[in-house]
Design a protein around this ligand. Structure first.
Ligand code: ARG
Length: 237
């Protein structure tokens, strides 16, 4: 029944897409690590519940939450109106925004310069929505129109295509963009006014008890400096 569902699970089964450094990635030992993973492990520890991490395509995360294959998503996922119809979100734990990755000699300066250009994105992300001209954020204006959007399963696939002379730009979240540019010669980041995006943990729709508990742990981790410590370790290293 509905009542039984609205409880704290014995195990948090976290869906992620480990293609988004520094928030989630597969490390040299083939283990999934990153800020989101460390944060979820700490939350589970404080809640005294088990945790399991499931790696999947980004575009499958919301559906997996709805079909109960997982009961949480930690994937640098931005809270937006469309997703909020399907899932509940925790309070925000990180603020980000979209940037462009281009070749070093590119003249692209503004998001609106993307009009008529081939733009690579990770399928189903807010970068995809922005390039497609969707209005996904509270302060987001659908500034970009007429873009030839090329969708890739992973952000890094889009970056490789950019390097190989396929797309003209990649639209992606700032911190992963910085990691990709650091690891690939000949690329640079272009920042233009894009809406602030708030990363939140996505949870099954209607389990108020779970949302409350997760928010309680997030708040405590903000107040006692744990979240800042994890940010220093993984993001601002
Ligand atoms: N913040 C963006 C979004 O919510 C991108 C997230 C991509 N995350 C990932 N693990 N691949 O759509």
């Amino acid at each position: 029944s509905k009542k039984e569902e609205a409880t704290i699970p014995e195990k948090i089964i976290v869906g992620t897409n480990a293609e988004f450094p520094p928030f989630e990635y597969v490390d040299d030992n083939k283990k999934i690590d990153g800020f989101d993973i460390a944060m979820m492990k700490e939350i589970a520890k404080r809640m005294d519940v088990k945790i399991e991490i499931k790696n999947m395509e980004f575009k499958s995360l919301i559906g997996s939450l709805e079909s109960k294959t997982i009961n949480a998503v930690a994937a640098g996922m931005t809270k937006d109106p469309e997703r909020t119809e399907a899932v509940d979100f925790s309070d925000s734990y990180y603020t980000s925004s979209q940037v462009m990755i281009v070749k070093k000699d590119s003249k692209l300066k503004k998001m609106t310069d993307l009009k008529g250009k081939k733009v690579g994105v990770q399928e189903g992300t807010t970068g995809d929505k922005l390039a497609t001209g969707e209005n996904f954020g509270e302060k987001q204006k659908p500034v970009v129109k007429g873009v030839d959007v090329r969708r890739f399963p992973k952000g890094v696939n889009a970056v490789m295509d950019l390097k190989n002379g396929g797309v003209d730009a990649v639209v992606i979240d700032e911190k992963p963009a910085m990691e990709f540019v650091k690891n690939n010669k000949g690329l640079k980041i272009v920042r233009d006014k894009a809406a602030e995006e708030y990363y939140c943990i996505a949870l099954p729709k209607g389990n108020e008890k779970l949302v409350k508990e997760i928010n309680k742990q997030l708040k405590a981790m903000k107040e006692d400096g744990t979240l800042d410590k994890l940010k220093a370790k993984y993001i601002d290293k």
